[in-house]
Ligand binder design. Structure first.
Ligand code: ASP
Length: 328
């Protein structure tokens, strides 16, 4: 017993020494489970800069894009990483959709991570290639009702936000047949294919679509949130509810996660830095400019975010099951 107590005291001393020296000279890596240049990557790069500042400028941040399989490859990498605070996952709603879409996930989204907190919420937009036949949302719905099998929709892999949006929308409009889905490693490369006319349509976060809509490189049809957006550029886009899709409401959130077993003192340090970073006016301005809403302290609370993700997993399960044939 005495030996055990001595060991426990030694471990506690080691952890607190680690916390004092954390992060030291080793960089903190944000693993983004999607391609560079896309919406998740954008949040990560802006947040890395804000957290570098909120940690007193002493911490170095690196963003590593580990894309593929709708974000599950990157998430799995972090679940198995050394739990020392130097490898963190910046992920989105895919944390909650993956358990309903993969028969066998290599990690458990709730149990295998320490939750650091939520970051932001982002609306999505339905967009089409520049030469797409549909000019308005009504045209788009009519086209899908009659010609879905001839058309395709790009996304960032099974369980990604774009995939989720596409399947929910096709189910809501009750398309006779599913569109062909074209998966990419992220919606940055998917957007290139859309702008280039190689794919027909996509549903993606405003953090990726606002600039393309503004430049006239894609056609924009509708937003996925319950309320219309307020930004000058997107305020005239109808919501899917206004277009008759009852209760359609999809908002994407992002959060920050560490591998299970990361020392509590390191987690506390990271959570404090995250909370401060989310109050950084530069970060808020950049995010708001792209239609994202940075969350308040209550939602950055690790326990609150974990409870939210658990609820999202339960909420999405029946939605994904009901979408059945559109979920491929
Ligand atoms: N927006 C993407 C998605 O559909 C992910 C990304 O490329 O950031 O989930």
């Amino acid at each position: 017993m005495k030996r055990l107590l001595v060991l426990a005291a030694a471990a506690a001393a080691l952890f607190s020494a680690q916390a004092q020296t954390f992060p030291g000279s080793k960089p903190i890596t944000f693993v983004v489970p999607f391609a560079a240049g896309g919406p998740t990557d954008r949040v990560a790069r802006d947040l890395a800069e804000a957290m570098r500042k909120s940690m007193g400028g002493g911490a170095n941040f690196v963003v590593e894009n580990v894309n593929g399989a709708g974000g599950t490859i990157g998430a799995n990498k972090v679940a198995k990483a050394t739990p020392d605070g130097h490898t963190l996952l910046l992920h989105h709603i895919g944390m909650a959709s993956a358990p309903s879409l993969y028969r066998k996930l290599q990690y458990k989204p709730v149990e295998d991570f320490e939750y650091l907190g939520m970051i932001n919420e982002v609306p999505m937009t339905l967009i089409g290639k520049p030469q797409f036949v549909a000019n308005t949302y009504r045209d788009l719905e009519n086209t899908i009702r009659t010609d879905a099998a001839k058309l395709n929709i790009a996304h960032a892999g099974l369980g990604s936000a774009s995939h989720l949006c596409g399947l929910m929308w096709q189910a809501a409009v009750n398309a006779k047949e599913p569109m062909t889905t074209i998966p990419f490693g992220g919606t940055a490369p998917a957007m290139n294919a859309l702008v280039g006319g190689q794919v027909d349509m996509m549903c993606d976060q405003t953090t990726n679509t606002t600039g393309q809509i503004e430049a006239g490189r894609v056609k924009a049809y509708a937003v996925t949130t319950a309320k219309p957006l307020t930004s000058a550029l997107l305020k005239d886009l109808p919501t899917l509810q206004q277009m008759g899709l009852k209760n359609f409401n999809l908002t994407i959130w992002h959060g920050l996660y560490a591998p299970k077993g990361t020392p509590p003192a390191v987690l506390a340090q990271l959570n404090t830095a995250l909370k401060l970073a989310l109050k950084d006016p530069d970060f808020i301005k950049k995010q708001e400019g792209l239609g994202a809403v940075v969350v308040n302290d209550k939602r950055v609370d690790p326990a609150a975010h974990k409870a939210f993700v658990v609820a999202e997993i339960s909420k999405l399960k029946p939605v994904i099951e009901a979408a059945g044939k559109f979920a491929d």
